[in-house]
Ligand binder design. Structure first.
Ligand SMILES: CC(=O)N1C(=O)N[C@@H]2[C@H](CCCCC(=O)O)SC[C@@H]21
Length: 123
């Protein structure tokens, strides 16, 4: 049966895109994330991502997670999600993410984390 493979080029509905490298034997992968939007006033630059996925040997629609350490701001995003494949073999990554901004004091911690959902499809 065909399986979702995370490696390759993906885009989301915001217009952000990411490239995921080959997934190694323990499920680890790296890549690059180019966000189309930012919560800061900084110039957007490509940022590294690191993640892992469940092994695909015994499953088709794998779960995964990855972290993006933004190169142009002091914030960090973690994504978790699952790869789904329709009967035509089209893959979709349904994800949720947490964006943590760096705030100046513990008193501002309450407003430092944003959450969202997002869908990636292959470019
Ligand atoms: C997938 C999705 O919804 N998002 C996406 O593609 N870009 C935005 C955020 C970009 C943060 C840039 C760094 C910063 O603003 O400090 S991460 C979640 C959201």
């Amino acid at each position: 049966a065909r399986k979702c493979i995370l490696s390759g080029l993906w885009k989301n509905e915001l217009g952000s895109n990411m490239t995921i490298s080959a997934v190694n034997t323990d499920g680890g992968f790296t890549g690059l994330y180019h966000t189309a939007v930012t919560a800061t006033d900084k110039h957007i630059r490509v940022s590294p991502l690191k993640g892992s996925q469940k092994p695909t040997n015994q499953r088709k629609q794998l779960t995964f997670g990855f972290t993006v350490s933004w190169t142009f701001s002091n914030s960090m995003t973690v994504f978790v999600g699952q790869c789904f494949m329709d009967d035509k073999g089209k893959e979709t990554l349904k994800t949720m993410w947490l964006l943590r901004e760096e705030v100046s004091s513990p008193g501002d911690d309450w407003k430092a984390t944003r959450v969202g959902t997002n869908i990636f499809t292959r470019i």
